[in-house]
Structures are given as structure tokens and as C-alpha cells.
Design a protein around this ligand. Sequence first.
Ligand SMILES: CC(C)(COP(=O)(O)OP(=O)(O)OC[C@H]1O[C@@H](n2cnc3c(N)ncnc32)[C@H](O)[C@@H]1OP(=O)(O)O)[C@@H](O)C(=O)NCCC(=O)NCCS
Length: 199
Amino acid sequence: MTRDVRIRRIAESDWADIVTLEAGAYTALGLTEGRAVLESKARVSPATCFALDVVPGASTGRPAERRLGGYLLALPYPERSYPGLARREEVVFHSRKLHLHDLVIAEDLRGRGLGRLLFRRLAGGARRQGYEQISLVAVGGSHTFWSANGFTAHPGIADPGDYGPGSVYMTMALAPDRVGDPAPVGGLLSGAPSRDEVG
Ligand SMILES: CC(C)(COP(=O)(O)OP(=O)(O)OC[C@H]1O[C@@H](n2cnc3c(N)ncnc32)[C@H](O)[C@@H]1OP(=O)(O)O)[C@@H](O)C(=O)NCCC(=O)NCCS
């Protein structure tokens, strides 16, 4: 399966498919955000947002047309806080914490390790870029998936009014990159996070 899968940066032409995947995953939970908000969350940190392509038959030499099998959106965010749902992001936070805002795998492709693969791609890149922690708000009972991927729950931080009943804020520490230099994220400031306006 992994030979039929490619992870890459999100392109402008992906958004219609991303919106469809997002609506399929969250409409029943009342947590959909809509295209403009999703795009704003990717715009503040394109290097930490990914699309996952699936090309059926690629490993057999008879590839079918590629399709978007999933996506992941993550952006730097201050400690113990998280983006508002359905609220456009308009600033870039300078923080050593990366917030994994959203990860969706197409329903018919779930349970094959693709969610874990996409997350690992994010975590590896984040570590190399000098991030020290990843946070997220687990929704819809997905906290068990995140626990299995190294996250610890911190009840009481996420307001259930924001992401629904049972939602929980979780974090995972990133060990420094042992292969390359632990170079800091470009433009990171120590101390309190600051923000930049984006266009
Ligand atoms: C969560 C999600 C990304 C996982 O993707 P996936 O490709 O199915 O996950 P993987 O194949 O890598 O991992 C499968 C394992 O995770 C578990 N798992 C998958 N989705 C889960 C969920 N929503 N809740 C709890 N456990 C889940 C499976 O039971 C399986 O466990 P096992 O290995 O013990 O059998 C996918 O279910 C999804 O897109 N859900 C809808 C969107 C969502 O809830 N995203 C998370 C928002 S915080």
C-alpha cells in the first residue's frame, strides 16, 4: 500500500477535495469549518500541511488515476491554546509548539495505517524544524487513536463548547532531531509567543 501512496504539500487544486473529505468526517458531529476557514489554517503554515495521494495500482505498474486519500493541517500555536473552530486564522504565531488542527483519511481507506503515516510525516518534519511539542484537540472519540500515537490527554483545557462533548486537548513531546542539527525554527523567538499578520 505505501508504494501507492504519496505525501506532498497541499496545492490550490486540492481544496475542493479537502472540503469534501472534511464535510464527510465532521458534518454528523456538527464540526465542519468550510473552505475559507480551512484554507486560512493552511495559509499560515504551508510547510506543515500535507495532502496524501493514493494511486491504485502504482506498485503493479498499472496505475489508475490518483485521488486525494487524506490531508493534514498543522500550524504553530501558543502553549495550552488551540485555534477556534470555524474561525479564520490571520496571524502566524512564533511558537515551538505545533498544533495539529485536522487529520482526515477518506472513509474507505481507513484502518490501513494511512492516518499514522501522515502523522509520522508531520512529526518527523516538525522535529527537524525545531518544534518541541505537538498538540491537538481530539474529537469524536479519536483520543484512543492519538494515545496510540504517543499523545497524552490534558482534560480541562479544551472547552467542550468549542469542539463538542468528549473533545480533549492532547500533547506529545518531540525529542530533538538526532540526525541533523537541532536548528531552531526560522524566526522563532524565545519566551512569550508573538504573532505576525498574514495577508
Ligand atoms: C482518525 C483517522 C485519521 C485515523 O486514520 P486511519 O488511517 O484509519 O488510522 P490508522 O490506520 O493509521 O490507524 C488505525 C488504528 O487507529 C484506530 N482508529 C482509527 N480511527 C479512530 C478513531 N476515530 N477513533 C479511535 N480509534 C481510531 C483504529 O481502531 C486502529 O486501531 P488498531 O491499530 O488497534 O486496529 C481516521 O479515522 C479519520 O479520518 N477519522 C475522521 C476524522 C477524525 O476524527 N480525525 C481526527 C480529528 S482529532
